[in-house]
Design a protein around this ligand. Sequence first.
Ligand SMILES: [Zn+2]
Length: 396
Amino acid sequence: MGDFNEIVILDAIRRAEHLLSRVELAAATGLSGQTISNITRRLLEAGLIREAGRRPADGGLGKPRTLLALEPTGQYAVGVHLDPAIVTVVLLDLTGQVVARHRSEPAAAAEPAALIDGIASAIDELIQSSGIEVSRVVGVGIAAPGPIDVQRGVVVDPPNLTGWHNVPLRDELASRTGLPVLLDKDVTAAASAEKWAGGPQGEGSFVFFYLGTGVGAGLVIGDEVVRGSSSNVGEIGHVIADPDGPLCPCGRRGCIGESSQPRYLVQQGIAAGILAEGIDLDDRHEVDAAFARLCSLPGATPLLSVLATRIAKVVEDVANLLDLDRVVFGGPHWERLGPLLGPAVSAELEQRFLVRAVHPFAAVGTSLGVDVGAVGAASLVLDHTFSPNPSVLLLG
Ligand SMILES: [Zn+2]
C-alpha cells in the first residue's frame, strides 16, 4: 500500500454508509480538495476504487458530483477458520464479499505439520481457481481456537486439537504461502465478521456465542471488538450448567461446552430410548449422523429444551454482567440446533434480562452461516491493511 493518506481515503470509502463524492471525502477526512483529487486519481489508476455514478449537487446548483466506490477486484484477503472438526478457507474481495470457499475435514488427530500443509494448498488452489493474481492478495487471517499467543503467532494448547502444543501457526503458514499472515482467536474473528457484515445485528453491544467443537464467546461492546489483555477473551466453555452433567476434560462435571456437544446429546438420546444403541461415540461421523437424526425426532424435544435452558442461563449471566443488546448465535452445531432451540432460548432470555424495562435484549442467529469465523479472519486482514490505525494485530 502507498502512503498514509491513501489509506485514510480508502478507509473513509469503506466505512461510509453510502457512496461519497470527492467533496464529501474532503469533509470526512479533513484533507484538502487538491490532495483528494490527486490521491483518488492514483487509487483509480491502481484499480482500488471506481467511479459509481453521479449525484446532483446540493440544492441542484452546480455540477453533479461523481461518486466513488471500492473496486471489489482491487484487493483480496484469505480467511482460514481452524475448527478441529472442519477447516474453512474463504477468499474475500475488497468489499468483504466471499468470492470462493473451501471446506475440509481434517483427519482426527492430524499432526500440525500435515494440517498446515493442507491449509496452504487449499489457499493456493482457491487463489488459482479464482483466476486472481497473487499480488492482489493482501494476506491471510487465521481464526484459531484459544489459547493463542498473538504476539508470537502461536496456537498454545487447544483442548480439542490433540498434538497441538505451541505451534507457530502464523509463521509456518506465512513461509508456506509467501503471504503475510495474522492470527486471532476464533470467537473474536466471528464477532468481527458480525460487526462488519452482519448488518443491524452487528451494531452496539453483543456477545457472539459460538457452538462448535468448542463453545466460546466473542464480545463487541459499544461497536468495539473486546480482546482482553492478551487477545484470549471469551473462554466461557467451562461455566457449569449442570452439576450432574457429563465429565469435562477440565475434571469437573456439566460444563456448558461439554453439555452442548453432539456426543453427549446422542448419549442422552440413547439413554432415553430415543436413539437405538450401538452408536460408536468415538466415531465423529457416526455421532454426527446420529445427532442429525436426534434433531429430527419429536421425542428429543424435552432433552433439547433442557439444553436451551442451560444455554440461556449462561447467556443471561453475560448479558446482565455487561448490559448487552443481543446475543448472536453461530457455529456448526448452532446451524442444526438453532431452529429447535432458538425460540426457547429467546423466550427464556426475554424474562431473565434484568434491564428489560430500559431496553430489550434480543437473541438472533448469525446471517453469515458456518463461514462466519473464516469471513471474520479475512475481514481482520482487510481491516488491518486498510485501517489508518492498525492496533493490536501483527502480520508475520
Ligand atoms: Zn470444563
